[in-house]
Design a binder for this molecule. Structure first.
Ligand code: SAM
Ligand code: SF4
Length: 359
């Protein structure tokens, strides 16, 4: 394959021939095997609250979406869900929620992190996806035992960011959060939505270059999917799920070929557009899957976009369903392991001694 410079990336983003695309996916899959190995790691995703102080124009749980019952899981419920994730053999849990920056929430999360660690004899890895916070809060959560943080930049273009968010949401503040997280010692993940209104292929190329410049350890990106109750609308009838799906896979493959030794997630949004979306994501170079481990009673209140999948299956059903699909494709699941990205291990070797195995 030719060198993956920006013109080549642009060419692949425009490529629609299924056979030629398969050569890209195969190349990215081989690159994954060489750089991060053959295992797929599961992270149990617990959506702990849909209360959000922000108002991103695309998101189904934004503050001004009034027509939505709000929930916050109790400490007991979160611990029980984390225990289930651990018992299922997933090496890590991801705690995700709408954004809250108040002191009570920071303390609540800090305590939960400590308790999850104690409950699982320090074995369960903890990833957070709780939005923008002060460096001090990030530091407290890190000291309590969280070691990875996912914060999508959403788009690397400040001008496009401005179109997707109200005035008081800041691209620079979000990027600075990524830098704070890195300085504190987290494994840092970011990502973008793919196929946003106003987004061009050139924007997507810049996104890939942004991941490289910020030297991220993990990438979690997926197709943008409209939510009817949000202000961001897609011109009527022109949203093409198949093309959004294609772009989602191409971006995974290009990210793998550009960044090589990072972890890349095959996200739920891929599955929303194609029932085998996550397996196809794995075949295009991803190595992480985040099975929904939120108690089923709460899932219908965490609809970021229309037709979000897996509303009814419980965590165990999710695991067997995924395992069959992954192993059917010839991949192996890394049960009981943290599955840290080699990229992080390389850049931190010598400075911090963090185990790459939970057991
Ligand atoms: N509040 C935290 C934050 O924004 O970082 C974490 C939760 S937020 C729901 C997680 C991600 O959901 C966002 O970073 C965004 O990329 C994604 N998301 C929101 N609305 C979406 C949509 N309509 N389609 C696809 N992804 C969406
Ligand atoms: Fe809130 Fe995150 Fe949704 Fe923005 S993307 S409205 S911060 S939950």
């Amino acid at each position: 394959m030719e060198t993956l410079n920006p013109p080549a990336m642009l060419k692949w983003l425009a490529e629609k021939d299924p056979q030629r695309l398969q050569t890209l996916y195969r190349e990215a899959y081989a690159c994954k095997l060489r750089n991060v190995g053959p295992k797929v790691y599961f992270r149990g995703l617990i959506e702990i609250s849909n209360i959000c102080a922000k108002n991103c124009y695309y998101c189904g749980i934004r503050r001004d979406h009034r027509d939505l019952q709000r929930f916050s899981m109790t400490e007991e419920e979160i611990l029980e869900a984390a225990k289930t994730v651990h018992d299922l053999g997933y090496g890590s849990v991801v705690l995700q929620s709408g954004e809250r920056q108040d002191a009570a929430y920071a303390l609540f999360i800090e305590n939960i992190i400590r308790k999850i660690k104690n409950l699982t004899a320090q074995k369960l890895g903890i990833t957070l996806s709780l939005g923008e916070q002060t460096a001090e809060t990030y530091e407290r959560w890190f000291r309590a035992g969280a070691h990875r943080y996912l914060l999508r930049i959403e788009t690397s273009s400040p001008a496009l960011y401005r179109k997707l968010h109200p005035e008081d949401h800041s691209f620079d503040a979000r990027r600075n959060c990524l830098r704070d997280l890195r300085a504190i010692g987290y494994q840092v993940g970011t990502g973008v939505m793919i196929g946003l209104p106003f987004q061009t292929y050139e924007h997507l190329v810049s996104d890939l270059l942004f991941f490289r410049e910020e030297d991220v350890d993990m990438v979690g990106m997926g197709p943008y999917i409209p939510h009817a109750g949000t202000p961001l609308s897609w011109p009527a009838g022109s949203y093409d799920p198949a093309d959004h799906f294609r772009l989602g896979l191409v971006m995974i493959a290009l990210a793998r070929l550009t960044l090589r030794d990072v972890n890349i997630a095959a996200t739920t949004a891929l599955q929303a557009l194609d029932p085998s979306g996550r397996e196809k994501g794995i075949a295009a170079g991803a190595n992480i899957i985040m099975p929904n481990s939120t108690p089923t009673a709460y899932r219908k209140f965490y609809q970021l976009y229309d037709n979000k999948p897996c509303l009814d299956e419980n965590a165990l059903q999710c695991r067997s369903c995924l395992e069959n699909r992954i192993c059917g494709g010839g991949d192996e699941v890394g049960y009981g392991e943290w599955g840290d990205p080699p990229h992080f291990l390389k850049r931190s070797s010598g400075s911090r001694n963090i185990s790459s195995k939970a057991t």
